[in-house]
Design a protein around this ligand. Structure first.
Ligand code: HEC
Length: 167
């Protein structure tokens, strides 16, 4: 009798396992599997309707416009900065000194709105070690006072540049 019960349950469990493996959600990625499948289908649909060159160009144009709008939506409008600001400072302080990018805070604080003298004093303090910051100090080691002045003057000009772009 005991053997029959054990055999019955063994067959039941093996059977259920096989059924779930074939049909069940869990083995097929569960809800994630369904979502992935969905996305796959949708991408295929889009490719079907948007495979021409024209549409691709349109989409790129739209992305450009969207990005331009995003820049404008921030409190700091997009304006031109020097190549040296772009390459040496913007990664941490933002392309326009806002201290953020696409709404996300960057490592460095906002510089926009500070006067040239304020910026110069802070840079000089970092360089001289009066203000402790390993990142800024390391960055300024290779720059002399003229360089600091140049960066400070440029950053001091940011608000005026933003105004000029707005008008
Ligand atoms: C790797 C990231 C990084 C880069 C690149 C960088 N900074 Fe900074 N900067 C920081 C951080 C972090 C602070 C905050 C330091 C603190 O207050 O302790 C800071 C602070 C400053 C401050 C003081 C701001 C304030 O209001 O206290 C100024 C001015 C400044 N940076 C200018 C510059 C300039 C100009 C450049 C380009 C030459 C530059 N930074 C490049 C990370 C960076």
């Amino acid at each position: 009798m005991k053997n029959i019960v054990v055999a019955f349950f063994t067959i039941l469990i093996v059977g259920l396992t096989a059924w779930v493996a074939v049909n069940g959600g869990a083995y097929n990625g569960g809800i994630h599997g369904k979502v992935t499948e969905d996305i796959g289908n949708r991408t295929a649909e889009q490719m079907g309707t948007q495979s021409t060159h024209e549409n691709k160009d349109d989409r790129e144009k739209e992305m450009d416009q969207l990005n331009a709008l995003r820049e404008k939506a921030g409190n700091v409008g997009a304006f031109k900065v020097s190549d040296e600001y772009k390459s040496k400072c913007s990664s941490c302080h933002g392309v326009n000194g806002s201290g953020e990018q696409n709404g996300k805070k960057l490592m460095g604080p906002k510089l926009f709105g500070q006067t040239a003298d304020e910026v110069y004093t802070k840079l000089d303090d970092f360089k001289a070690g009066r203000k402790e910051n390993m990142i800024m100090k390391g960055l300024l080691i290779k720059l002399d006072k003229d360089d600091l002045r140049r960066f400070a003057n440029e950053i001091g000009e940011f608000p005026a540049r933003a105004e000029a772009v707005k008008n």
